[in-house]
Design a protein around this ligand. Structure first.
Ligand code: CTP
Ligand code: MG
Length: 229
């Protein structure tokens, strides 16, 4: 069984207000994100990880019926929030998808694709965007130091889907080594396990700045106007 952990416990420092409750087409960002997982048939359960002081707010936006079985408090770092979600997994979950609530443009088709690749390639897969720009590494004073070969370079997105045991073991190692990781692939890399990327050519950017809101609204509206496949 596949359980989705949606992490929504960030502080939105760069926005200055809780970006996950910003309205896009009249609905909070987080509601769009949850709706995509509700509509994905292979997702059986959702665990929502929110800020300790905002769980009531989250509870209010969950529809009925819902796959959201638990709403739990996250931690200071994203990895603490993922770990809080892992601590509440149903014993029957043998696969886990972790997704950033701040990526409301995810689709059921992409979630299903990452899950399928995870199951057929050894238990670890993640959505990723191929890099098209020329890349440079720069000094602190912004003087260009060198070119970075963009061949085979991907920007990591979510969902990232794993066999549950693998992800739990990875996070145990993260704690033991006391390292900081910004996604699950980085955690699983510590184990030296193979992770397969699923290239995404569709919009799935993380809402980060106020300028992202009208773009997300445009993308979601355009999708809603197309016949579903
Ligand atoms: N997140 C979380 N717990 C944290 C930090 C982040 O659950 N302690 C979640 C966020 O809610 C978001 C996702 O992880 O859905 C990715 O984090 P990010 O986009 O960096 O969100 P924020 O930290 O809230 O915002 P920012 O860094 O842009 O200020
Ligand atoms: Mg952050």
């Amino acid at each position: 069984m596949l359980t989705a952990i949606i992490v929504a416990a960030g502080s939105s420092e760069r926005m200055g207000f809780d970006k996950l409750f910003a309205l896009v087409s009249g609905k909070p960002i987080i509601a769009h994100t949850i709706a995509a997982f509700e509509r994905t048939s292979c997702v059986e359960e959702i665990i929502l990880v929110g800020r300790a002081d905002g769980l009531g707010e989250l509870r209010k936006i969950i529809g009925q019926p819902t796959k959201v079985k638990q709403i739990v408090a996250g931690g200071a770092e994203r990895s603490d929030s993922v770990r809080a979600g892992l601590d509440h997994l149903n014993l029957k979950s043998d696969f886990v998808a972790v997704h950033d609530a701040a990526r409301p443009m995810i689709t059921p088709e992409k979630i299903t694709r990452v899950f399928d690749v995870c199951r057929t390639t050894g238990g670890a897969a993640a959505l990723a965007e191929p890099i098209n720009d020329t890349l440079k590494r720069a000094d602190l004073d912004l003087a260009v130091k060198e070119s970075v070969d963009r061949n085979g370079v991907y920007a990591m997105q979510t969902p990232q889907v794993f066999a549950r045991k693998l992800l739990e073991e990875a996070y145990r190692l993260v704690a033991k080594k006391n390292v900081s990781v910004t996604d699950e692939v980085s955690a699983v890399e510590l184990l030296g396990c193979k992770v397969v990327l699923v290239p995404n050519h569709d919009f799935n950017f993380k809402i980060t700045y106020p300028r992202d809101l009208p773009l997300a609204e445009f993308v979601l509206k355009q999708r809603a106007s197309l016949p579903s496949s």
